[in-house]
Design a binder for this molecule. Structure first.
Ligand code: SAM
Length: 237
């Protein structure tokens, strides 16, 4: 199976790769006529294709049809994480994508010190696409930004399991394995949560999750909780 994968909005029998995907194909991967590739349109389907022409600023590929392959998880998991300093949010987006998350929300909250802007959000979306290609997923998890915790928590309405990693709990309010159904997970930023924020989450149906007596860094907590949940859902077996 071809490992070179490209996201493209519209797939037709003769499809054009231009812009960033073209530059990656030509300059990094050095694809030539006859190279086999996979095209992804974000619907979850994969299309086998062959490069038919390499031009100055675009690549023409001939699409052979759907491959019928998919490495998408059965589980529907939303990860909500506080905005983190430096490139830590990127790390979380990359690892969460590899682990099979379905959607990612980044939020600001009371003790959150990092900020978000359009460039940072676009960068996170790019990280999601690159990670999806690298781990051979057919979907790049969408990344959204919520300027307050309330909006982030409300975005989890309808999820069957709602879990809130809370550093000041003394024990779990919920067993994590086995798990069934869709899951929404919340992990705080470096500053953690206030008692009022946790109380609000509980009022919206979230169960507090305790990840042990050590305080984990936010990025460790996000990756650890997602891993445990994916295991509980049967996705890591
Ligand atoms: N500033 C907080 C403090 O001093 O206690 C620590 C926040 S921690 C670095 C960031 C986030 O990771 C927390 O808000 C929580 O969501 C999660 N977290 C870290 N350790 C945890 C634990 N032992 N149990 C549950 N959640 C934890």
């Amino acid at each position: 199976m071809a490992r070179n994968r490209f996201f493209i909005d519209k797939i037709e029998e003769e499809t054009v790769l231009a812009g960033d995907e073209f530059r990656h194909a030509k300059k990094v991967l050095r694809l030539t006529e006859g190279s086999e590739i996979v095209l992804l349109d974000g619907s979850g389907a994969e299309y086998g294709a062959v490069v038919s022409r390499v031009e100055q600023d675009r690549l023409i590929v001939h699409v052979l049809g759907k491959t019928g392959e998919s490495r998408e998880p059965n589980a529907d998991v939303l990860l909500l994480v506080g905005a983190l300093k430096g490139d830590k949010t990127e790390l979380v987006v990359q690892k969460a994508t590899e682990l099979g998350v379905g959607r990612i929300g980044v939020f600001s909250s009371k003790y959150c010190a990092a900020y978000m802007n359009d460039n940072k959000l676009e960068r996170l979306r790019r990280v999601s696409r690159e990670a999806a290609k690298q781990c051979m997923r057919s979907l790049a998890p969408p990344v959204e930004y919520f300027s307050d915790l309330e909006a982030a928590l409300e975005s989890a309405n309808g999820y069957q399991n709602k879990l809130f990693a809370c550093e000041f709990l003394k024990k779990n309010k919920r067993e994590l394995a086995p798990l069934n159904g869709s899951c929404a997970l919340v992990v705080g930023s470096e500053g953690g949560f206030s008692e009022e924020e946790f109380a609000r989450a509980e009022a919206l149906g979230f169960d507090g999750v305790f990840l042990g007596k050590r305080i984990l860094r936010a990025e460790t907590a996000a990756i650890a909780l997602l891993s445990v949940v994916m295991y509980g859902l049967g996705e890591l077996r």
